[in-house]
Design a protein around this ligand. Structure first.
Ligand code: AQP
Length: 331
């Protein structure tokens, strides 16, 4: 079986972008691959240095991962800081990464804009730590959203440089999505990707109650409709259709597509329909998450179990790495 690695930051509530961009594929992949799914708490420190809510975020996120269908019997579900081997590999990989390429990374530039007073070295080397997350299990496939594509390409570059210098230790991983193309869900206000700490009224969180889901969808950005037959949809309209394709029936989507093409679409009606289909889709996940979240002992058991398995895999890779580099002095 091929090895798969993916991660998510415990920086807030899980949203639809996380779900459709990544988590949905994780649930399917655990049936076919050796999956490692990691709550990447070290990554969250790059932008969220206040750790007051870290523990509750990690527990809630673990609960949400279980609620969407990840099964600790089928995949290794663990927390990044439980696996110190990742930090050692990160150190070695830092020598394979160049300052210039790190500074050019799109996500780094975004984060500098968002957090101008905290441009720390961890933020700059974020793609290196992510490469360590992936390479520590010698993973081949990385199911992620579109925003992560460049990071996976950087991981391949670091791995290739390492292999070239010290020997073929790492397979070269690829970003993966069952649909082929990687997914990007936009924020409902049409400004950039949906993300945990963006405009909360424009982000659909898995924890939102039914009324809030309806309210947010009814506020989603639209316009007065097309004026020419078969026109090209603006991004924010494409996004509403995109969400509909994910949760509504094919007939429903086809009806609104036809209305759009014939310039008779009523976005109010479309959003009402989307809201109802979304409520039907998200409600059961939210209720499962609520039930699991309160079972702290169960989540602790899952974390401890994941730690043991993830460390065994990480240690095996690190032995190979140290041997290849010649940093093992006592055999
Ligand atoms: N909008 C999105 N569309 C598709 N996929 C997405 N992902 C995130 N947003 C979208 C995918 O979710 C996985 C976890 O990524 P993350 O923890 O970095 O999620 P985030 O919401 O972007 O969280 P941040 O970085 O914590 O948000 P901010 O910066 O607002 O604080 C990844 O596979 C990602 O591709």
């Amino acid at each position: 079986k091929e090895t798969v690695l993916s991660g998510i930051r415990p920086t807030g509530f899980v949203h639809l972008g996380n779900y459709f961009g990544a988590m949905r594929d994780w649930v399917r992949m655990q049936e076919e691959y050796d999956c490692y799914i990691c709550v990447v708490d070290w990554h969250s420190l790059t932008t969220h240095p206040d750790t007051k809510e870290l523990q509750s975020n990690v527990y809630r996120l673990m609960g949400e991962l279980l609620a969407v269908g990840l099964d600790p019997e089928k995949c290794v579900l663990y927390v990044q800081s439980d696996v110190p081997e990742i930090a050692e590999l990160y150190l070695y990989l830092n020598m394979m990464a160049y300052k210039g390429e790190l500074e050019k990374t799109a996500t780094f530039k975004d984060k500098v804009r968002q957090h101008p007073n905290n441009v720390n070295a961890g933020l700059l080397t974020y793609p290196v730590l992510q490469a360590a997350d992936i390479l520590i299990h010698r993973a081949l496939k990385v199911p992620v959203g579109k925003d992560q594509e460049q990071h996976i390409e950087m991981t391949r570059n670091f791995a290739e440089r390492f292999n070239h210098r010290y020997g073929e230790i790492f397979p070269l991983p690829q970003a993966f999505s069952y649909g082929g193309g990687l997914i990007k869900i936009m924020s409902l206000d049409g400004t950039g990707k949906m993300s945990k700490s963006a405009n909360q009224m424009a982000t659909l969180y898995l924890a939102d109650d039914d009324e809030l889901i309806r309210k947010k969808i009814m506020k989603a950005k639209t316009d007065s409709g097309p004026t020419e037959l078969h026109s090209v949809k603006p991004d924010y309209i494409e996004n509403v259709f995109g969400l509909m394709k994910l949760v509504s029936s094919e007939d429903t989507v086809a009806k609104f597509e036809a209305d759009f093409n014939n310039c008779v679409i009523r976005y109010g009606d479309m959003k009402k329909q989307l809201a109802e289909d979304m409520v039907r889709f998200m409600g059961p996940i939210r209720e499962r998450a609520k039930a699991i979240e309160n079972n702290k002992e169960e989540i602790t058991r899952v974390i401890l179990r994941g730690k043991e398995k993830a460390r065994a895999s990480a240690d095996a890779t690190l032995q190979l790495v140290r041997k290849a580099m010649g940093v093992n002095y006592t055999g």
